[in-house]
Structure formats: C-alpha cells, structure tokens
Design a protein. Structure first.
Length: 154
C-alpha cells in the first residue's frame, strides 16, 4: 500500500490549519503555498474534509478553512481512508474474494501482522502529533542555523 500524494496533501492541509491560532480561518491559497499543494486541488480536498466534519469553511474576506474538531481527534488513518479508501498492505486483507488463494496462503498471516502494525501507527498518530513534530523540526533547524552563524564569529 502506498499513501497517495492526494492523501498526503490532505494531511499537510490539516497540519497547516491546525498550526493557525484556534478559530482562525486560513485562506486556501495560503495553505497551498505553504504546503506545496496544487492550488486547483485545495477546493476538492477541503470539500471532502468538510463533508466528513473535519474542517469548515467561510467564503469572502477573511474566509478560508479551519478545523471543525480538535487536532487531537483527527487520526492519520482516518484522513487517508477518507481520501483514498481502505488502508491495506494487500487488497486481500480488505475485501473477501479478492484472492483465490486466501485460505491456503502462507503470506496472508505476514500481511495481516504488517497491516496491524501499520494501522496501529496511523491510527494512533494525530494531526496534533504532526503539528508538534513540525514545530520540533523548525526549532531544530533554527538552532542549527544559529549555530552555523556563530561559527567563526569573534
């Protein structure tokens, strides 16, 4: 299973909205610019996320999108599934009858364990976790820049 670019964009958009002050709307073009998301894709992503109650939008001056729920309540697995469908290592784990060898396949147990581990990580990682990771990366990069700037200084 590969997470699609579209699902990754949706996660990035949610991280951007969650990074804004609570209740503040963020313009779609700002989300697109900051996250490197194609501007034409933002309305589609926001509509899907809004339809499932994760974001809400406001038109006009000062409008945009904002989270409709707390970032701690949005799991990565849920977002990925909303955008691209069931998350699975192999299709045989999602739908019955996809594989004719299901009953006698020695790989199925391995795929099932891998699936369980993947869903555990994606299901326990929230948008709030991603925002915290983003902040930690920014702080580390700022520290490295400051340290690099002080090298060779008198």
């Amino acid at each position: 299973m590969e997470v699609t670019r579209k699902a990754e964009y949706a996660l990035s958009a949610l991280v951007e909205l969650a990074s804004a002050p609570p209740g503040e709307y963020v313009a779609s073009r700002v989300v697109a610019e900051r996250q490197g998301i194609p501007p034409k894709l933002i309305p589609q992503l926001m509509a899907t996320l809004a339809r499932h109650g994760l974001v809400e939008g406001q038109r006009g001056l000062g409008g945009g999108g904002r989270l409709a729920v707390k970032p701690e309540e949005i799991q990565m697995a849920r977002v990925i599934e909303l955008i691209q469908g069931p998350v699975a290592v192999r299709r045989c784990l999602v739908a019955e009858g996809v594989c004719t060898r299901m009953d006698g396949c020695p790989l199925r147990q391995v795929w099932a364990r891998a699936q369980e581990a993947m869903l555990s990580v994606l299901g326990s990682t929230t948008i709030a976790d991603l925002v915290a990771a983003r902040r930690a990366l920014a702080e580390r990069q700022d520290g490295e820049k400051a340290q690099a700037g002080s090298v060779g200084a008198p």
